[in-house]
Design a protein around this ligand. Structure first.
Ligand SMILES: Nc1ncnc2c1ncn2[C@@H]1O[C@H](COP(=O)(O)OP(=O)(O)OP(=O)(O)O)[C@@H](O)[C@H]1O
Length: 458
């Protein structure tokens, strides 16, 4: 199989001989006589393999290996070592080289090594592609929702997906912030590139910097080899920084710089790496109060908040509950090969009445369980988790001691309106009378809480 090879050696006649020899064996080779020029060329041209000498003025082969491991970890490097010099071969492998060949070079041996390295790269790419395919199962990609809020979100996503603007998605846990980030990526010109997500709250502060920006060998005690950070791995794609509100203050200035300059500096490195990454961030915290409390930098906030996509909690998106439930039923029925196609009327009522403190994630889990349990084609009330089955509006109105039951005053109002509508069979005039509201005021509230479909027109 053929491959594109970049040769790096300060010995120009040798470069020419090797280029010719590789060319005769079906490879396309180019050469550069300095590591700096080679790095420059690698920024704009894709090579399958780099072959480099070790002893070169300015930047030697080991440093070149390290720089490639940081900037282009996908490109394998073969180093040419002096005959019998095992130490330098070991040093090169430590610096991230894929293989080494001793001088004097036999062109056939070089061709075999290049072929092997190129195959290795192809296999890695294939594994990466397959892994992405498996991870991006449709369940993670479709953005379901018919509520006004969700339609507005869909519209905003279509409008911003084409640009590279930084996006901040906010909402309670489980509202679908990561699904929105993926939808933005899928609809952008970066869709064929990687989508990389990191939960900033889940990585210890001491590791987060090297995780994001990478490190050179020896940057810290455990850094036995150079490693490319997530910014580099996401090159050409999207980097999703979840729980950005938990980003430690020590790392915030570095992130700000990365966003401003589009360059990052791996830990311990003297040089910077250019990045081409779209950043989407998300948080379930109130960043403005974090700014007031000096836990979050204001300048970083403005940088990440170029476009803001707020995701309301599921309880404020009534119109999404049933479409989501049906979507999850189809998904889990297909996965478990069960013939479950819908839900009973009573189940629909229970789902609409429940407050969903865990939002869409809780709905998804409840449906997964119900599909697994049910013996019928339609999910029945008995298949629902107890707390949804036994949920009573009165529970909320006379809240107990459980903090999860304590809800904002607006939510109490919404639930009470729902309860009254239920009691008067959806008759708006009757509901307005019971609530002591002008009819117009009730209509406004129904619009606001997306309860129109619960009310009958008179
Ligand atoms: N609109 C939607 N359409 C389809 N599936 C959704 C939707 N919203 C959320 N989900 C599903 O609900 C689950 C939770 O969503 P997601 O992980 O995006 O929430 P999140 O807001 O990022 O949560 P957290 O803050 O806890 O990270 C996921 O399995 C996701 O696939």
């Amino acid at each position: 199989m053929t491959a594109d090879v970049l040769l790096v050696d300060d010995d120009q006649p040798l470069c020419e001989t090797l280029t010719l020899g590789l060319g005769k064996r079906g490879f396309r080779a180019q050469w550069r006589t300095s590591a700096g020029d080679a790095l420059h060329l690698l920024e704009s041209t894709d090579f399958d393999v780099v072959v480099t000498d070790l002893n070169m003025p300015e930047m030697n082969g080991i440093e070149l290996c390290e720089r490639i491991a940081l900037n282009r970890p996908d490109v394998p490097v073969i180093v040419l070592t002096a005959f019998g010099n095992l130490d330098s071969a070991v040093a090169a492998i430590r610096a991230g080289a894929y293989d080494f060949i001793s001088k004097p070079i036999e062109i056939d041996a070089l061709a075999i090594a290049v072929d092997r390295a190129a195959n290795h790269r192809r296999l890695r790419e294939e594994v990466k592609r397959l892994r992405l395919e498996v991870l991006d199962r449709p369940r993670d990609r479709t953005l379901i929702g018919e509520s006004t809020a969700m339609r507005r979100t869909q519209d905003l996503i279509s409008r911003v997906a084409g640009s590279d603007a930084t996006i901040l998605v906010t909402g309670e846990s489980g509202t679908g912030k990561e699904v929105v980030a993926r939808a933005i990526h899928d609809r952008s010109r970066r869709q064929a590139g990687p989508f990389i997500a990191i939960n900033c709250a889940a990585v210890p502060e001491s590791l987060l910097e090297s995780e994001l920006f990478g490190h050179i060998r020896g940057a810290f005690t455990d850094a036995k080899s150079a490693s490319a950070g997530l910014f580099v791995q996401a090159n050409g794609g999207t980097l999703f920084l979840d729980e950005i509100g938990d980003m430690p203050p020590s790392i915030q200035p570095k992130l700000l710089r990365a966003l401003q300059e589009r360059k990052i500096r791996p830990l311990g490195s003297k040089s910077e790496v250019s990045i081409d990454v779209r950043i989407v961030t998300a948080t379930n915290r109130d960043l403005e109060s974090a700014i007031d409390e000096k836990r979050f930098r204001e300048d970083l906030y403005y940088r990440i908040n170029v476009v803001h996509i707020p995701l309301p909690p599921l309880r404020a998106r009534q119109a999404d509950i049933l479409p989501l439930a049906l979507h999850f039923i189809r998904m889990f029925a297909a996965q478990s090969e069960k013939n479950v196609t819908g839900l009973s009327k009573e189940v629909a009522q229970k789902l609409l009445a429940y407050a969903w403190p865990g939002n869409v994630r809780e709905l998804q889990n409840s449906i997964e369980r119900a599909v697994a349990l049910t013996r019928f084609e339609e999910i029945r009330v008995d298949d629902l988790p107890e707390k949804i089955r036994d949920y009573r509006f009165s529970h909320v109105l006379i809240a107990g001691n459980d903090p999860a039951e304590l809800v904002p005053l607006e939510e109490v109002e919404r639930r009470y309106i729902l309860r009254v509508l239920d009691a008067v069979a959806g008759n708006k005039a009757a509901a307005a009378r019971v609530l002591g509201l002008e009819r117009k005021t009730l209509y406004r509230k129904l619009e606001r809480y997306e309860l129109r479909e619960k009310a009958q027109s008179e």
